[in-house]
Structure formats: structure tokens, C-alpha cells
Design a protein around this ligand. Structure first.
Ligand SMILES: Nc1ncnc2c1ncn2[C@@H]1O[C@H](COP(=O)(O)OP(=O)(O)O)[C@@H](O)[C@H]1O
Ligand SMILES: Cc1ncc(COP(=O)(O)OP(=O)(O)O)c(N)n1
Length: 270
């Protein structure tokens, strides 16, 4: 019998359901992948910003990871918010024993401007975790932090993607252009060639959780056996439609619509 693809997210939470673990699990489910989660931090946040953060003790994170991997298949995994260096150390030790595609969303700051990881963890993420990735998916500020270069143009984005792979050791890099003006273009460098993924920019302020949704969709597609290029191409379609039909919920930047690629469901809400 064919086995269902299984994907794991290791990330923080969003009780308002737009970002973090909640966005990841919704994405896995929509893409018909069996979703699993290990929680690193509980974040009191909503569409307007972050109110408080409670970090899960590192031993408990270790136990969650171990509980999943000793019992369940993991075909692909992603990390989002891993706030502290000791959490990253525990994750790295565990990851070295796991054989799965690894997508890193190098979450640093929420859309609201609230920091999501401690500053000493940033160096660890860059030096110790990045070389273990199949793919890293930085937005422009994250790519600027990783490379130490200012990114203002599409040429800068391509250079950054190459830098992250060639000099920092990531398996591949997808630099996302959501924070630039004009069309919504992302550049993927896989170690040998640059590919672009482009759509029109949708006029919407409801983009809470787009980075989480995109990286979760790529992870789901990898767990299904897609090549990296096809995994990104299909995930780009997923996130674009999720923004196009995003929900005007909350007082801030509303969440993406995970029903958007399932016409029979989202038509009911239009
Ligand atoms: N207004 C928009 N219209 C269409 N696509 C967008 C828009 N904003 C972001 N995107 C796309 O959503 C994805 C997430 O990008 P980005 O906003 O850069 O990441 P993050 O959420 O991590 O800050 C990328 O594919 C980006 O091109
Ligand atoms: C728990 C948690 N993880 C990640 C984020 C950031 O998510 P992202 O997809 O980049 O979305 P915005 O922050 O841009 O809304 C988060 N907010 N919370």
C-alpha cells in the first residue's frame, strides 16, 4: 500500500491561526500531507503583533522531537521560529540522526517588527544550521542579515542567493521578494543555476503568515517527492492564491486563505 507523505514543523505558535505552527499544519493538510509538529515557543500574538512569548524548556523540545522520530516516518521537515541557541543545539543534535529534506524558514522578526529570536541565536543559525539545509527561504531583511549585504534590486537578490549557498553552505536558497516593490519575484539558487518565480503583486495588506505558508508548502511538496524546482513552483502558486483570497480578519494584517486552491470550499466564502 502507498504510504502517505509525512512532514514535520518545528516552530512557534500563533493563537490567531495565521502564522507559525498553525499556518504550517493547515498548509500540510491542504496539500494532502500528514502533518506533525514540535513546538518551540508559545507566542501570544495576533494580526496586530506579538504580546508575549513563553519558551518551551529545551528538554521538552528534545522529548517532542524524539517522540516523533522514534515512532513516525518523516519525509520532510521545516523549522520556523527557534528563538534560543540552546534550542538550536538540541535541534541540530537530533537532526543529525534524521534522514529527511530540511527546509529552514530563518524567522527573525514578525511582520509587526517584533523580534522572534534572540540575537545570539542568529549566528548559530547561520554557522551551524544553515549548512544542514536542503533549502533556506529568507525574505529580504533575513537575506541581508545572512549575507551582510544590502538588497535593493533583483540583481542583489540573485547575488544573495548565490552567496548563501556558495559561501555559507546552504543546500539551496530561495530569496523572497515580498518586501521589494513591483512584481512578487523570488530567486532560487540550487548550487548550479538561478531560477525565478514571479507573479503580479496583489494589492492586499492581509499577508500575515505568508512566509510560514510558503515554506510549509515547499516542505509538503518535497515530502511528496517533487524536485526542488517543482516544489517551489507549486508552493508559489499556493501562497499567491492564499494571498489573493486572504481573509479580512483581525484589526491588523489578516491571514492567508488556505482554502484558496480548493475552489469548491473557498467559493462558499466569496
Ligand atoms: N502582495 C503580494 N502579492 C503577491 N505575492 C506576495 C505579496 N507579498 C508577498 N508575496 C509573496 O509571498 C511569499 C512570501 O514572501 P515575503 O513576504 O517576502 O516573506 P515573509 O512573509 O517571510 O516576510 C513570496 O513568494 C512573495 O513573493
Ligand atoms: C510563531 C511565529 N513564527 C513565525 C512568524 C513569522 O511569520 P511570517 O510567515 O514571516 O509572517 P509575518 O510575521 O510576516 O506575518 C510569526 N509571526 N510567528
Amino acid at each position: 500500500m502507498k504510504q502517505i507523505p509525512c512532514a514535520l514543523t518545528i516552530a512557534g505558535t500563533d493563537p490567531s491561526g495565521g502564522a507559525g505552527v498553525q499556518a504550517d499544519l493547515k498548509t500540510f493538510q491542504e496539500l494532502k500531507v500528514y502533518g506533525m509538529s514540535a513546538i518551540t515557543s508559545i507566542v501570544a500574538q495576533n494580526t496586530t503583533g506579538v504580546r508575549d512569548v513563553h519558551h518551551i524548556p529545551v528538554e521538552m523540545i528534545r522529548q517532542q522531537l524524539q517522540s516523533v522520530s522514534e515512532d513516525m516516518p518523516i519525509h520532510a521537515l521545516k523549522t520556523g521560529m527557534i528563538a534560543q541557541k540552546n534550542m538550536m543545539e538540541a535541534f541540530k543534535e537530533w537532526l543529525e540522526k534524521v534522514d529527511a529534506f530540511y527546509v529552514m524558514d530563518p524567522v527573525m522578526v514578525a511582520q509587526s517588527g517584533d523580534p522572534l529570536i534572540e540575537s545570539e541565536s542568529r549566528e548559530y543559525l547561520k554557522k551551524q544550521l544553515l549548512p544542514l539545509t536542503t533549502l533556506v527561504t529568507p525574505n529580504i531583511p533575513e537575506a541581508e542579515h545572512l549575507t551582510g549585504e544590502t538588497i535593493e534590486t533583483e540583481e542583489d537578490m540573485k547575488m544573495a542567493a548565490k552567496h548563501i549557498v556558495t559561501d555559507l553552505g546552504a543546500g539551496a536558497a530561495l530569496v523572497k521578494g515580498g518586501h521589494l516593490n513591483g512584481k512578487a519575484i523570488d530567486y532560487l539558487f540550487d548550487g548550479s543555476r538561478i531560477q525565478s518565480f514571479e507573479t503580479e503583486r496583489i494589492d492586499s495588506a492581509n499577508t500575515h503568515g505568508t512566509g510560514c505558508t510558503y515554506s510549509a508548502a515547499i516542505t509538503a511538496n518535497l515530502s511528496r517527492g517533487h524536485s526542488l524546482g517543482k516544489a517551489v513552483e507549486e508552493a508559489k502558486y499556493y501562497v499567491t492564491e492564499a494571498i489573493r483570497y486572504s481573509f479580512d480578519l483581525g484589526k491588523g494584517n489578516g491571514p492567508t486563505n488556505h482554502f484558496a486552491v480548493r475552489e469548491e470550499v473557498f467559493n462558499k466564502w466569496l
